[in-house]
Design a binder for this molecule. Structure first.
Ligand SMILES: Nc1ncnc2c1ncn2[C@@H]1O[C@H](COP(=O)(O)OP(=O)(O)O)[C@@H](O)[C@H]1O
Ligand SMILES: [Mg+2]
Length: 228
């Protein structure tokens, strides 16, 4: 089953002489559980693509279909709920809430979701899997970059989303922490059958993924073979 279909997605920023064609006719499908690397030079459209898939930005043309729903058909409020339940975001700068401790940061997406009870057992498992259970009462400022990124990953996984969108999640980490964080993402995608789309500059990391989607000047120019 495809968890995601991108159909003819274009994104143009600005108008007339200021026009920037950030994405030009992007088409691809992603199966449940696939771990995909998105690579390309700076300014090629990677973040724009991820933001459009996550419903943080809208395409100028084309469709994003997640679990057989065209996300453009959702009203604003519906989209917010749909996004919270189906998509987990991991950003390069972690984007943790400074006034909340690790545990509360991770539980936040569930807390937001009215009518959904926080599965404390699941959050405990996540924090233990990610090696930050002992840090659960610490605040983001008390953690290293790698620990903050683990907390951000735990938060992205807390709602058991079908899709994880990660924009250069290891961009600010040293190489040892990078390979640890990569291992954690890979494990969780296997364990919870989650689909991951991860933007990376790191060719070695990209080679560890199931598939590589290369973007240049807003176009997909080559897809690596399926490595199963
Ligand atoms: N909000 C915006 N307004 C205008 N141009 C933008 C905006 N966001 C991105 N762009 C332009 O779109 C292109 C793709 O940007 P981006 O998706 O951030 O690339 P990447 O993440 O691959 O570095 C770039 O030329 C960038 O300058
Ligand atoms: Mg970017």
């Amino acid at each position: 089953m495809n968890v995601l279909d991108i159909e003819g997605v274009c994104k143009i920023y600005g108008e007339k002489e200021n026009e920037v064609k950030a994405l030009v006719n992007i088409n691809f499908s992603v199966k449940q559980g696939e771990f995909i690397a998105i690579v390309g030079t700076s300014g090629s459209g990677k973040s724009t693509l991820l933001n459009i898939i996550g419903g943080l930005d809208t395409p100028t043309k084309g469709k994003v279909i997640i679990k057989n729903r065209d996300i453009a058909s959702l009203k604003r409020k519906e989209l917010t709920i749909f996004r919270r339940r189906n998509i987990g975001f991991v950003f390069q700068d972690y984007s943790l809430m400074p006034v909340l401790n690790v545990y509360d940061n991770v539980a936040l997406p569930v807390t937001f979701d009215k009518g959904k009870r926080v599965d404390h057992r699941y959050i405990e498992i996540l924090l233990k899997d990610l090696g930050i259970w002992e840090k659960r009462t610490k605040y983001p400022s008390e953690l290293s970059g790698g620990q903050q990124q683990r907390a951000a990953i735990a938060r992205a996984l807390a709602n058991k989303p079908a899709i994880i969108l990660a924009d250069e999640p290891t961009g600010n980490l040293d190489s040892r922490t990078t390979s640890e964080v990569m291992g954690l993402l890979k494990n969780s995608s296997k364990k919870y059958k989650q689909t991951i789309l991860m933007v990376t500059h790191n060719e070695v990391i990209a080679q560890c993924c199931d598939r590589i989607i290369r973007i240049e000047d807003g176009e997909v120019y080559m897809e690596g073979g399926d490595r199963g």
